[in-house]
Design a protein around this ligand. Sequence first.
Ligand code: GLN
Length: 424
Amino acid sequence: MSGNGTIFITEETIEGDEDGPLAGKSVAVKDNISTEGIRTTCGSAMLEDYVPPYDATVVTKLKSAGATIVGKANMDEFGMGTTTETSAFGATENPVAEGKVPGGSSGGSAAAVAAGEADLALGTDTGGSIRCPAAFCGVVGIKPTYGLVSRYGLVAYANSLEQIGPIANSVEESAELLDVIAGPDEHDATTRDEGADANYASAADGDVDGLDIGVPTELVEGADSGVVEQFWDAMDDLESQGATVHEVSLPSVEHAVEAYYVIAMSEASSNLARYDGVRYGHSGGYDGNWNEVFSEAREEAFGDEVKRRILLGTYALSAGYHDKYYKKAQDARAWVKQDFDSAFEDVDVLASPTMPTPPFELGESLDDPLQMYLADANTVPVNLANLPAISVPAGETDGLPVGVQFIGPKFGEKQVIRTGSALE
Ligand code: GLN
C-alpha cells in the first residue's frame, strides 16, 4: 500500500523458488534494491513508474534461499535522510513509538520487522541507514564491511560508502540473513572473497569472555543523558559476562559528519545525473531544448532534500572548489580510517550509542537539515572507514528504544555479532 504512513511502497509478493535456509521466512526489501518486473521507486516520484528488467544479486540470493519477499519497503528519497520522511510516498510512523519517526533511510524495512509485517528485511546503509532505523524501532541491524555484500542492482546514492545489510528481530536471525547475502559477485568488482563462507549465524553465541571493548569518548559525549545511561548499563552487562570495557579516543571523528556529507553529496550529484526524463525517470512530455526538458523533469520529480544535495555536491566538485571541499573531505576520511586502524591494534570491538538521541517527533527535523545531519554523528565514521557494525536494542529511555552499536575491524563481522548476541 502506498503513502500515508505506510510501511510498503509496493506489496507484490515474490516467492522463493526452492527450499533453503530461509524457507518460510518473509522478507521486506528496501525500495532501492532492484526487483525484476516489480516497481523500484527509491521513494522518489522520479522513479514512480520504474520497473527494473533484472533482480539485484541479493534478491536472487533471497529467492534461491527460499525466502518470500512480501514487499518493497518505504525509504527516504534515494536514501537521503534519517527519518523516512523525505519519501515521495509519505512518511512511515514508528510502530513501537507513536508519533515518532522510525529512523531512516531504511525506515520501512525496520518498521516492517518491528510491526511483524516481515520476519526479516534488507536495508542499505550509506551513513547509518540500517543502524539508525534498527535503533529507533528496537530491532537489530547489521552494516557489513564494504565489499562483503554485492551492490549489483542497488540504485546508487553514494557508492564508495554504501552496503546492503540485514534487519531482524534478533542477532541470530540477522546473522542468518547475512550468511545468505554475503559473498563475491562477478557483477560487483568491489566484492571480496574474504568473509564469504564465515557462517555468521554460528557467531551469535554470546561468548564475550576475555573480549576487549573500547568506547570512543567522542561518540558518547554528545549523546542525550537517557541514552548514555542505557549505554553504560549495557557495558556493565558485558563486563559481567567477562568482557573488559575501557575508554579510547578517535579524535578524527569530530570531522566525520562534514566529511561524510561532502563525499556523499558529491557522489550523489554524479549518480543522480542519469535521471533526466530521457535516460531514466519521470518525463512530463515537455517542450524546449534539452536543457529545459532535463531541468523541468528534475525540478518536478525530485524532492527538496535531493535537490539540496545535488546542488551542494555539484558545488563541492566544481573547478575551483574541488580542493577546498572534496579533497579535504577525502583527507579527513583517510584520517578517520587511520584512527580506527590504530584503535583496533588495542581492542577487539568498539562500542557507542547507535544514535545520540531517541527517535524524534514526526515532522520535527524536516525544516532543519543540519540538525538531521548531526544525528548521524555516530554512524557515518563507520561508513567512511568501510567497517562492519551492528545495532542492538539496549533498553529504553522515557519509553523510547535505545540502540547500542558495536564496530569491528574490516571483515570482523563475527566479532560484532558475538558481542551483539551477548548484550541481547
Ligand atoms: N542519514 C544519512 C544521509 O542522509 C545516511 C543515509 C543512508 O545511510 N542512506 O546521508
